[in-house]
Design a protein around this ligand. Structure first.
Ligand code: AHR
Length: 661
């Protein structure tokens, strides 16, 4: 018997050596150096990137339920049906949104005048909940008028179901805001808001608005509570806004202009949304930016979810994909207004209330500074035109606000000519951070576990500002994509001395209105669902620890390299909870032993408990949907542990976090 066992062992060793694996690799012996507390993990490390794509703002996070509320779309009645005697006027009370409607007597007592709004893919409301309808209105002199406002179920037009209604008397010839609460008697996902003229006298209406009363933090010009809560639940350290390509605009005229997004919401001018027409197969002619969710609201949201705000501004270049040649861009010697926008933004966020822009912030309800520390200049730019444009911004910002950290760009690609050109340029310009973007297939994520291991430690820090695993041929949120993101992120964590920020992208997508996928959170008008990728982000952000710990297998970092059995791993220490947190992704289809040796602990001291959080799925193609939101969710359990070692097994296709006391 002994001889047989010896033979078997010899054979096993031969097999192991023959396969190029050492015995440490067969049992996946990983060593965590607990006495080598390494780089600090930045509070900004895991964050969020918000862009108004996929109806992420209007029709999404921004809780306004009325589309084209100010009648400013190029087709002024887009989103509205009118009936009876309705006319469009353009001398309204809000300079930047001059259009409004006049509802007049239809000329016969049996005829009716009014209009109804289709909302964003329907006006959706829940039984018994309160919705705040508001409108700016006026009547003619000495001719008081009346309107009736209804939430209706249009499926039964013909035998219309009125699910909520209120009357409003308009008695002043001066423009005034009128507000009523509507409480529907039924839930409806494809409802409409309808307004009837209910008097012989005419009435003028402007900025017709409907919000749930219950918004995130109760703000009147508020955000959808369910979606904002999901953002908060990630515990993000950073919020990048207002986006990527929308910062650039299709042309400079349509670039995002933050100054248009602040001040009274009624007077924020409409902007085109470039995602309206970017993809002809996902064409949405009614996609505009109301700027109702503007820079004030972004700063406020950042504060409320505990994230550092990172606004990104246009660098004087319109989208380089869509514009060839220098004409579409601002000449460098004409950049002053753009640079002034950047300086004014810092004043808006941080200036005291005696400054022009700080005063506006205070008038909007936030006298205290927002404490902005970072600014991004430019999104996906390339060629020498970018550093040439960026340079004067850096000079001006450094001169006035030396403490603000400036984020430059490395272009739209994760490697290649533009990337190789821009990184040294960013170094020369002394950008504080460089934004990298990578929407890449599975093979890329599997091969990039060591991406940052040899990055220059002296230059700018890395902001992995937009990334997601795009399955080859399968661009949706399947579990395998999330698993590979988790695997790749061990490399971000191991290199936290040089990687200071990382944000998955895009963040939000309306199931009926998306242009780009995968995305982190999907929603319809009443529901929202976190994807597997959401949980990966959340697991990293809520278990980020405070300092990196060296973790090796056979003295090498565990990066999914050949001979590492499809494993990726990283370790951190959390000074606050005094826990070791080890993240392991098994990207292979076999279970793998995991032996975690906690080296460098005091002699005789012992680990006392181990919690393990796992993320796995019935199938690599599993996904969470609005109908089945919990197919992939993290599960927590405990493992027995004693001494200075954890011995366990990780299932195939699994991401696991071991939290050891
Ligand atoms: O996230 C979607 C788009 O991808 C961003 O707008 C842009 O920066 C990138 O090309």
């Amino acid at each position: 018997m002994k001889t047989i066992t010896r033979h078997l062992s010899a054979l096993m060793i031969a097999a192991v050596c023959g396969s190029g694996l050492t015995s440490a690799q067969t049992t996946n012996e990983m060593t965590i150096q607990t006495n080598k507390i390494g780089a600090e993990i930045q509070p900004t490390m895991y964050g969020l990137f918000f862009e108004d794509i996929n109806y992420g703002a209007d029709g999404g996070l921004y809780a306004e339920m009325i589309k084209n509320r100010s009648f400013e779309f190029p087709q002024n009645f887009m989103g509205w049906n009118t009936f009876g005697n309705v006319s469009l006027k353009d001398d309204g009370p809000f300079e930047k949104n001059p259009h409004y409607v006049r509802l007049s007597n239809p000329g016969h007592r049996h005829k009716r005048t009014g209009l109804d709004n289709e909302g964003f893919f329907g006006v959706a409301f829940r039984k018994g909940e309160e919705y705040r309808f508001s409108v700016w209105a006026r009547c003619a002199k000495d001719a008081p008028s009346k309107i009736r406002v209804e939430l209706i179920d249009p499926k039964s037009m013909g035998e219309t179901q009125v699910l909520a209604k209120q009357n409003i008397e308009v008695s002043s010839p001066e423009w005034q805001k009128y507000t009523v609460i509507l409480t529907p008697s039924e839930t409806e996902t494809k409802g409409r808001l309808r307004i009837f003229l209910d008097s012989d006298n005419s009435v003028d209406l402007e900025h017709v608005s409907l919000f749930p009363v219950e918004t995130w933090q109760g703000h009147e010009n508020g955000l959808r509570k369910d979606i904002a809560q999901k953002l908060a639940d990630i515990k993000p350290g950073l919020l990048r806004f207002p986006g990527g390509c929308i910062v650039e605009g299709t042309d400079l005229e349509t670039r995002y202009q933050w100054k248009n997004s602040v001040g009274p919401v009624e007077n924020r001018p409409l902007n085109e949304n470039r995602w309206e027409y970017t993809f002809p197969h996902r064409f949405f002619p009614d996609y505009f930016q109301s700027y109702g969710l503007g820079f004030f609201e972004f700063f406020q949201l950042s504060e409320e979810i505990g994230a550092e705000p990172l606004p990104v501004l246009n660098v004087g270049l319109s989208c380089q994909y869509q514009n060839k040649g220098p004409k579409a861009h601002v000449p460098v010697d004409e950049l002053d207004p753009y640079i002034q926008d950047a300086l004014d933004l810092i004043e808006f966020a941080n200036g005291d209330t005696t400054t022009t822009w700080g005063k506006l912030r205070a008038q909007m309800g936030h006298p205290a500074p927002f404490g902005m520390k970072f600014i991004g200049i430019g999104n996906e730019q390339w060629d020498s035109i970018y550093p040439e444009h960026l340079k004067p911004f850096i000079t001006a910002i450094r001169a006035k606000y030396p403490d603000i950290k400036i984020v430059g760009s490395s272009g739209p690609n994760s490697e290649g000519k533009d990337f190789d050109y821009l990184w040294p340029e960013m170094r020369k310009l002394k950008a504080d951070l460089v934004d990298e973007h990578f929407y890449r297939p599975e093979s890329w994520f599997l091969s990039q576990g060591a991406r940052y291991d040899n990055y220059d430690r002296k230059g700018p820090k890395v902001f992995a500002g937009e990334y997601a695993c795009h399955g080859k041929g399968k661009k949706w949120n399947h579990f395998n994509a999330a698993l590979l993101e988790a695997a790749f992120m061990t490399g971000l964590e191991r290199n936290a001395d040089v990687v200071h920020m990382a944000t998955y992208a895009p963040l939000l997508a309306h199931v009926e209105g998306w242009q780009w996928r995968p995305d982190m959170i999907w929603f319809d008008n009443l529901r929202s669902v976190p994807t597997s990728s959401y949980y990966v982000q959340q697991l990293y952000a809520t278990n980020k620890g405070t300092n990196v710990l060296p973790l090796t297998m056979d003295k090498k970092p565990v990066t999914g390299a050949e001979g590492q059995n499809g494993l990726f791993a990283s370790a951190v220490y959390d000074k606050n909870t005094r826990e070791y947190i080890v993240k392991v992704a098994n990207t292979g289809t076999e279970p793998q032993p995991v032996n975690l040796n906690f080296a460098g602990m005091k002699k005789g001291s012992s680990l006392t408990s181990c919690r393990v959080i796992t993320l796995d799925a019935p199938d690599p193609e599993s996904e969470n949907t609005l109908e089945n939101p919990s197919t992939v969710t993290p599960k927590e359990s405990t493992l027995p542990i004693s001494g200075q070692k954890l011995t366990t097994t990780i299932s195939p296709l699994t991401f696991a976090i071991y939290i050891v006391k």
